[in-house]
Design a protein around this ligand. Structure first.
Ligand code: SF4
Ligand code: MG
Length: 329
């Protein structure tokens, strides 16, 4: 089957003074048109690195894409001509970063920044591009867009600035929007509003959405499927409902136990013991074994491959069946 965006066996290395960090160890995921995928993981898990590879932000040292493919409409972006790649990045696949304040230029109006790509890449006239910028600001629900198009970034609240970033990303009508921790810097109420906005835009514009987040609590209402990352690999793939109702990897189970759930009465919140691995010296065998309550001897020796454990779900755990059976709950 041919997916809209299909990342396969992606390997990314960072060559540092202290050694090679294998930030991605064969990561695979895909999205189809109009679909929403959450890529979930702690900081350092590699979740942002995969998006950076798609957007070409890793094309220079010390980062190195060491293997794999990133197919967009069937064509591998890693081997296609540079001009083709440039046409896709920013236009077909657009990205929203977590820190709107540093991503926006303080000396230009938001209207100028939103309309920049329309002028530069579509050759729109200045006045048409501004008109379109106002429409885009309306689309992301910035109140009184017409009056605010000539305002500067510092005149907007954090949440409104993030909407400006989303408007910029939508300017060229992308088929895929990648949002990397789009709400991390915002307070909880504003976070929820931005997530609602992304969910609505995805539906209304029939756009694929890849939401990169460390927060399992925010993905349920936005994503169709989840890819859970740990130590530079995907440890579980499932649709949101299956993953919430019955996690198939001990790490996912730990994450679920650590977030408040409205569907579980009298739930006791538990955090996962231990720390994420040092990626310069990752643990032997399964990288999760030092933190895993299911771990057996084999786990310290054999790295479990990601394997199918149900319909459209996979897990990288030697004991996935036991975890799914929930014999220990
Ligand atoms: Fe835990 Fe072993 Fe499964 Fe790794 S393979 S998650 S250590 S049970
Ligand atoms: Mg990140």
């Amino acid at each position: 089957s041919r997916h809209l965006l299909d990342v396969r066996d992606l390997r990314v290395e960072f060559h540092t003074h202290d050694g090679v960090v294998r930030a991605l160890n064969g990561v695979s995921y895909y999205v189809n048109a109009g679909e929403s995928l959450a890529v979930l993981g702690e900081s350092g898990s590699g979740k942002s690195v995969s998006a950076q590879a798609i957007m070409g932000i890793l094309d220079t040292p010390p980062a190195k894409v060491a293997g794999g493919t990133i197919r967009y409409r069937g064509e591998d972006m890693l081997t296609m001509r540079e001009d083709q790649r440039r046409r896709i990045r920013g236009a077909e696949i657009a990205m929203v970063f977590q820190d709107a304040l540093s991503a926006l230029n303080p000396v230009f109006t938001v209207g100028f920044q939103i309309s920049e790509n329309l002028r530069r890449r579509l050759g729109m006239s200045k006045s048409d591009a501004y008109r379109r910028a106002v429409e885009l600001m309306d689309l992301v629900r910035i109140p009184a867009a017409k009056d605010r198009v000539k305002d500067f970034p510092h005149q907007f609240s954090g949440g409104m600035r993030q909407r400006v970033m989303i408007a910029m990303a939508l300017a060229l009508d992308p088929a895929v929007l990648i949002a990397d921790e789009p709400t991390t810097a915002l307070d909880v109420t504003v976070q929820a509003q931005i997530m609602d906005l992304l969910a609505d835009l995805r539906r209304d514009l029939d756009m694929a959405l890849i939401l990169i987040t460390h927060d399992l609590g925010v993905v349920a209402d936005v994503a169709d499927r989840i890819a859970v990352m740990y130590a530079g690999r995907i440890v579980e793939n499932a649709n949101v409902h299956d993953l919430y109702s019955n996690p198939g990897h001990p790490y996912t189970e730990g994450l679920l136990a650590s977030i408040p759930r409205v569907d579980l009465k009298g739930q006791q919140l538990k955090s996962i013991k231990g720390m994420p691995p040092n990626m310069l010296h990752p643990p032997s065998g399964c990288p999760f074994h030092p933190r895993c309550t299911y771990a057996q001897d084999i786990c310290t020796q054999e790295d479990p491959p990601l394997r199918d454990v149900g319909v459209q779900r996979s897990s990288a755990c030697h004991y996935a069946e036991e975890v799914l059976d929930g014999a220990r709950d």
